[in-house]
Design a protein around this ligand. Sequence first.
Ligand code: GLU
Length: 281
Amino acid sequence: MVTITRFAPSPTGFLHLGHVYSASLAWRSARESGGRFILRMEDIDKTRCRPEFEAAIYEDLTWLGLEWDPPVRRQSEHLDDYSALLEKLSDRNLIYPCFCTRKEIAAEIARSNSAPHGPEGPVYPGICRDMPEAERQRRFEQDEPYALRLNMVNAIAAVKLETMRFHEIGKGYIQCNPEPFGDIVLARKETPTSYHLAVTFDDAIQGVNHIIRGQDLFPSTHIHRLLQGLLDLPTPTYFHHGLISDGKGRRLSKRDKDATIKSLREYGYQPEEVRKMVDYG
Ligand code: GLU
């Protein structure tokens, strides 16, 4: 089978060695199989994404020789696609509006003695889950900010969870277990999709059949597998690679200015040297 992989950065900072590692694994896997390596800009968070970061991503990848197969998909240009998915989920009573502020959620969690913790932190305690329709309408009319949350109980009831697995290279088949995440946010009033919804849909419509990304995103795959089931989308094969550390054992992040490709270039490093740093020279 021809491998279709992707690199899907969010243009919220400059690429660092960790990104190059991820991109290079995906690039190599596509090139070795005569497949395709797709670049996608996950630029839905308008408050954090900046055009100069997007421009630097193109420049850095080109400099490194990690050429991608066009076109680049920019998520911000496809918001209607995500709205249509939300509508489908809403028609099946799988999402609901939540008007809670972070403060209200934290206060409710503090009040309750048995607040469960999921892989992404405390689980939403369901304050708005069963809100009467009239109150929902009233609050929409008052133009209150809201999030659209997945009703996890209804979602699990809508699929055959016990048959849902995903293949993780090196680990085998993993049973999908999204329940610990609780009612996750799938969109907000100002941002009509979350990472989870957009990434699941885009990987499917772009034909990505091999997802290579950092181990930090492994838990999210349970959510993506559930969404694939709910939206009737195919399930790719996954490989979640280890994360590059900064030499002191700490994971590299966008805060590590010295590890950005931009600064390595400015220090005078050559592409081969940077490629060697992540071991694909
Ligand atoms: N956009 C995500 C990030 O930059 C990566 C998404 C993914 O690879 O699934 O962290």
